[in-house]
Design a protein around this ligand. Structure first.
Ligand code: PLP
Length: 461
């Protein structure tokens, strides 16, 4: 098979014959064929038919530095020529992994006297969350409280696809396939104001009430059985669910009151997405463990990990002996070298600062205009993520019949108009690369308007 000579049809037929894709309906794939992405630059990707597409999802929320960054390719090449692989088991280490751990420790702000001096490496968000489960259980065993086993997540949260990751997440479609969640994992309701607020309830009151679901669950289970609470700062895959400002302070009060560990899953939210290196800083809470992956390398090579806070690290290190856990690629030198180059690039171009002070506020202003569109019930942003809800009736905020799959109709029009936007039910979401200029934000907003118009035309027909 000489790939350079394959045309789109040939690639698509080989694809559907041999490639079992994640999160893909293969019946549909066989009929319509996959879209073949061939190359990319800055905020655009191109398909095999030559279409230029504005990637408002940064791949899968990860290409924060944009495509085509030579520095990252050079870092991978140089490291491959020096030391392409070595493991970090059995008292061996490597220079990029050490430098990156120290760099990440310096980027994770200490809050309330708690700092993050240690990193545990993996290759993905899912593996990192599996590691969290093992570290949390190990911590409580060492603390003489082995009965603290239950980890509480949230409905509609996403923490990955491994058995533990999919269990921690609250995606009912995932639980239905594979007999999940695994034992000792349970869930509470998400803080989704648009859908779950009571009539007349203020956002502030809703935030406190939504955090209260956690306290009620802890009391129901027995506080001495609960090991940890895991949540995303802003839920990504669930549809960019931005919690009210009152939510996280109340969560912090609750986990402190019952002494349970707090895991901040920042696989999407870290590395500038919300205008901070780590998102817990934005909301002012104090996690014990912070999951990261994706944008640590801007997605150029797989790398994930957990920032381990002092409270847990001290016990694991001083009392734990050997922790029987780790991955072949924990601290992979090439992945760590690319991450170092990525962080250097992000610092040089002030990508985190510009989300906070420049392009973030500009996106907020422009995205808010979409709320005027007849199809849009609400349009909201947080840093450089945004979501809008497609509704049947703008005044009463009545939803469409789910069978109409209006979100998918809109996504189809996005594809047709050269824009990648994700549909989560009837919530349309974006997480663009952090290198976007104001002019590119304008271009993206114009495209979204065009896609909304086309969707409106189709649903009214
Ligand atoms: N956690 C969160 C919050 C995520 O968004 C994701 C992926 O989207 C994961 C975990 C899983 O990461 P991965 O796909 O790298 O395993």
């Amino acid at each position: 098979v000489k790939s350079e000579h394959l045309n789109t049809r040939e690639i698509q037929s080989l694809d559907s014959a041999h490639f079992l894709h994640p999160f893909t309906d293969h019946g549909d794939l066989a009929t319509r064929g996959a879209r073949v992405i061939t190359h990319a630059d800055n905020i655009y990707v191109w398909d095999s038919e030559g279409n230029k597409i504005l990637d408002a999802m940064s791949g899968l929320w990860c290409v924060n530095a944009g495509y085509g960054r030579k520095e990252l390719a050079d870092a991978a090449h140089a490291q491959m020529m020096t030391l392409p692989f070595y493991n970090s088991f059995f008292q061996t280490t490597n220079v990029p992994a050490v430098k990156l751990a120290a760099k990440l420790a310096s980027l994770a702000p200490a809050v309330g006297g708690r700092s993050f001096q240690h990193v545990f490496y993996s290759s993905s968000g899912s593996e990192s969350n599996d590691s969290n489960v093992r570290m949390v259980r190990r911590y409580w065993d060492l603390m003489g409280q082995p009965q603290r086993k239950i980890i509480i997540g949230r409905h509609n949260g996403y923490h990955g696809s491994t058995m533990a990751g999919a269990s921690l997440g609250g995606m009912s479609g995932m639980h239905a396939q594979g007999d999940l969640p695994i034992p000792n994992i349970t869930h509470v309701e998400q803080p989704y104001f648009f859908e779950n607020a009571l009539p007349g309830e203020s956002e502030a009151d809703f935030g406190v009430r939504a955090a209260g679901f956690l306290e009620a669950k802890i009391l129901e289970l027995g506080a001495d059985k609960v090991a940890a609470f895991i949540a995303e700062p802003v839920q990504g895959a669930g549809g960019v669910i931005i919690p009210p400002a009152t939510y996280w302070p109340e969560i912090q009060r609750i986990v402190d009151k019952y002494g349970i560990l707090l895991i901040s899953d920042e696989v999407i939210c870290a590395f500038g997405r919300l205008g901070h290196w780590f998102a817990y800083e934005k909301f002012g809470y104090r996690p014990d463990l912070v999951t990261f992956a994706k944008a640590v390398t801007s997605g150029y090579v797989p790398l994930g990990g957990v920032m381990v806070g002092d409270r847990v690290a001290k016990v694991l290190i001083e009392q734990g002996g050997e922790f029987n856990h780790g991955y072949t690629y924990s601290g992979h030198p090439v992945a760590c070298a690319v991450a170092l180059a990525n962080i250097e690039l992000m610092e040089r171009e002030n990508l985190v600062g510009r989300v906070k002070d420049d392009i973030g506020p500009y996106l907020a202003k422009r995205f808010a205009e979409l709320a005027d569109h007849p199809l849009v019930g609400v349009a909201e942003t947080c840093g450089f993520v945004a979501g809008l809800v497609l509704v049947k009736d703008k005044v009463t905020k009545t939803a469409f019949d789910p069978n109409l799959a209006v979100g998918m109709v809109c996504r189809k029009h996005c594809f047709g108009n050269g824009l990648i936007m994700r549909a989560v039910g009837d919530r349309m979401i974006i997480a663009p690369p952090l290198v976007m200029t104001h002019a590119q934000i304008d271009e993206m907003i114009d495209l979204i308007k065009r896609c909304l118009d086309a969707t409106l035309e189709e649903v009214r027909a």
